[in-house]
Design a protein around this ligand. Structure first.
Ligand code: NAD
Length: 311
């Protein structure tokens, strides 16, 4: 049994990670400022602290005596990061450095490991598929640049300060409690919402554009496994399924879940949309010895059942 700090533990992914850690009988402290997270997402067995990852003395105090940190707190909005450039940078990058800095001495003056959320956004509009960690990152917005900078500062944490880290480049994470406005999985929420209301589905372009969707419980398992592979050479790997699913394929899985047909209306392609995104799973398999377990049909059925159970 270990004791971990989970930042962003009231959020979508963080709350599933907290549940998975508690199920393994670990002690969990959650640090979250509830900017997008919800207190009701945090299981009662976790110790919740309302506060910011940018509050260095608080982070230092909370990390002291733990066995490590899962750092997921961020403003995960590509749009907001471009609009509120400096403000989101303070959280997405400076907040991450605050965590790495506190990890330097958290174990009686010695370092504790940090597993942190990076993103497929570091690949930007790279078209060299499948997207592999060996590609040169070419992020195209403030959010992706800050996530890539987190990976570079993880190198500082390891090389200069001997803090072991592991960065996971999450792809399109979906599942219960996902943000309906998420740029990663918004299409799933929108389609489900319209299907529920028996309204047509709008598909932009030819619908053959692909995304690599991964179920949130698989992501939680990636994080837990990464904790035992954190190292001072700052490893980073993709957290994805390695399968590109087209928007039309998505409609074929979703429609039967609702038991009625709706019209699919094609609209002009959206300018600037990345056409294909699929990750390479080989490095994660080599380094972490694991791959995602939940196929899209199973994960979407669970998401559908969850949404049906909500008032
Ligand atoms: N959802 C995805 O598909 C996806 C894809 C790639 C990367 N990510 C990354 O995964 C992580 C979790 O994302 P999510 O989808 O669960 O988003 P989320 O918004 O549900 O979770 C983020 C959490 O961080 C908290 N937070 C924000 N600023 C904070 C601060 N200053 N101090 C403390 N807490 C703060 C929020 O309240 C929220 O609970 C983020 O780092 C995000 O960038 C997510």
């Amino acid at each position: 049994m270990a004791k971990y700090l989970v930042t962003g533990g009231a959020g979508f992914i963080g709350s599933h990670l907290v549940s998975a850690l508690l199920a393994k009988k670990h002690d969990v402290i959650v640090l979250d400022n509830l900017l997008t997270g919800k207190i009701e997402n945090v299981p009662e067995e976790a110790h919740f602290v309302l506060g910011s990852i940018c509050d260095a003395p608080l982070v230092k105090k909370l990390l002291e005596g733990t066995d490590g940190c899962f750092h997921l707190a961020a403003i995960p909005s590509v749009l907001k990061a471009n609009e509120a450039w400096l403000d989101t940078h303070q959280i997405n990058l400076a907040g991450t450095i605050t965590i790495f800095d506190a990890a330097r001495t958290a174990n009686k003056g010695c370092p504790v490991p940090v597993v942190y959320a990076s993103s497929a956004a570091v690949y930007g509009d790279n078209t060299d598929l499948p997207l592999s960690e060996s590609c040169q990152p070419t992020p195209v917005g403030a959010y992706g640049v800050d996530k890539f900078a987190c990976e570079l500062h993880a190198r500082v944490a390891g090389i200069v300060h001997k803090v072991p880290t592991y960065g996971l480049r999450f792809f399109n994470v979906y599942g219960p409690r996902q943000d309906p406005n998420s740029p990663y999985t918004g299409v799933i929420s929108i389609f489900m919402d319209r299907l529920k209301q028996k309204q047509p589905l709008f598909v932009y372009g030819d619908g053959k554009q692909t995304r690599d969707f991964i179920f949130v419980r698989d992501i939680a398992n990636f994080c837990i496994e990464a904790m035992s592979h954190a190292a001072v050479d700052a490893p980073v790997s993709n957290a994805c399924c390695g399968k590109g699913v087209s928007i039309l394929e998505l409609t074929e899985i979703l429609i039967p879940l609702f038991g009625h047909q709706v019209e699919i209306i094609f609209k002009p392609p959206r300018i600037g949309e990345v056409y294909h995104s699929v990750g390479d799973v080989s490095l994660a398999i080599e380094q972490l010895g694991m791959r995602a377990q939940t196929d899209l049909a199973t994960g979407l059925a669970e998401l559908h059942a969850y949404q049906e159970s909500m008032p």
